[in-house]
Design a protein around this ligand. Structure first.
Ligand code: SF4
Length: 185
């Protein structure tokens, strides 16, 4: 039997909508998911766990995701359909982690988000634009948020002068960005 069997979905326009409308979704759950949070924290790699709440904050692509004992919230959604799909996927993720908790070492530490500056320091910093971004810092912001692949910075991979930086950056990025629909890492 899955941990979360049913939920009530609330989708609202985000008060932070600027030029384009954005939505926020909250799924109110029929189950207490507190026990799964340390397993999710271990699985998501870059989650930020707050044991005293308890709550787990996670960035997935452009979305901020919050897991609380009785609800899951996600923002930056373009419409109600995306809200429904994303919530379904997050609930699937929670249920899969719970099913596989016997294989996962729970983690109750509070990680920090990867900071763009940490990433930026290891890029070539030539602002050549070959990655399609306006420069290295915008690239670093996307890379830290998991929205772009490091391989898009071709100079980093093609020029031997950057080999050491590349190795360090790859180590820093050795975090898990699990597919919400696919297998867990
Ligand atoms: S390709 Fe690499 S060096 Fe060039 S702007 Fe992008 S991140 Fe910077």
């Amino acid at each position: 039997m899955p941990l979360i069997e049913s939920y009530r979905l609330q989708v609202d326009l985000s008060p932070h909508s600027a030029e384009e409308l954005e939505y926020e979704a909250i799924a109110y759950l029929d189950a207490d998911i507190s026990p799964v949070l340390p397993y999710l924290n271990a699985t998501l790699g870059r989650g930020v766990y707050f044991p005293e709440e308890p709550a787990l904050s996670w960035r997935y692509k452009e979305h901020n995701v919050g897991f609380w004992p009785d609800r899951i919230a996600v923002d930056h959604l373009k419409d109600r359909d995306e809200a429904r799909e994303m919530v379904e996927e997050l609930i699937g993720l929670v249920n899969r982690v719970w099913d596989r908790r016997g294989e996962i070492e729970p983690d109750t530490t509070t990680h920090e988000y990867l900071q763009p500056l940490e990433v930026y320091k290891l890029l070539p910093r030539t602002n050549c634009g070959l990655c399609g971004e306006r420069g290295c810092f915008p690239f670093a912001v996307k890379l830290a948020a998991g929205q772009i692949q490091v391989q898009a910075c071709r100079p980093l991979f093609e020029e031997s002068a950057y080999a050491e930086q590349r190795a360090e950056l790859e180590g820093l990025l050795a975090v898990k960005w699990p597919s919400l629909q696919g297998d867990l890492p």
